[in-house]
Design a protein around this ligand. Structure first.
Ligand code: RB5
Length: 144
């Protein structure tokens, strides 16, 4: 299950990516926002992260205007490794090398076509482990 979370700046892109993933049969948990009315991205980041930390969702895709604010907020939550991406290489390698569990996309940065491809890559790509596991462990140790 993939959790989607967005503020108003990412709302429209969330809807596009949601449609795309659901059409592929991917199970989605959408924690909002559900309108274009203004909401604060840190609140939405926390809502999305909770679904990952509870084990209900394996990974998340979060959206705000730039993808940056919501990624900064998500990375403050223990256990979350969020990456703001607008290119294919980063979306793939943040899974392979960083075991990222949240992809953040900017509704004012990337179009729906690219966003859907980045979401696909993020969902399909598995963590490589090995030497990268040692580095991810070191990242997680910083939280302690
Ligand atoms: C909201 O206007 C905007 O600041 C937010 O969506 C995001 O881009 C912040 O990083």
């Amino acid at each position: 299950m993939i959790v989607l979370a967005a503020d108003h700046g990412g709302f429209h892109l969330k809807e596009e990516v949601k449609k795309h993933l659901e059409a592929k049969g991917i199970e989605i948990l959408d924690v909002g926002t559900f309108t274009a009315d203004s909401v604060d991205y840190p609140d939405m980041a926390v809502k999305g992260c909770e679904k990952i930390l509870s084990g209900e969702c394996e990974r998340g895709i979060f959206f705000c205007g730039t993808g940056v604010g919501i990624s900064i907020a998500a990375n403050k939550v223990k256990g979350i490794r969020a990456c703001c991406c607008s290119d294919h290489f980063s979306a793939k390698y943040t899974r392979l090398h960083n075991d990222a569990n949240v992809l953040c996309l900017g509704g004012r940065v990337v179009g729906a076509g690219i966003a859907c491809e980045l979401a696909d890559l993020f969902i399909e790509t598995e963590f490589e482990g090995g030497r990268h596991a040692r580095r991810v462990d070191k990242i997680m140790a910083i939280e302690k």
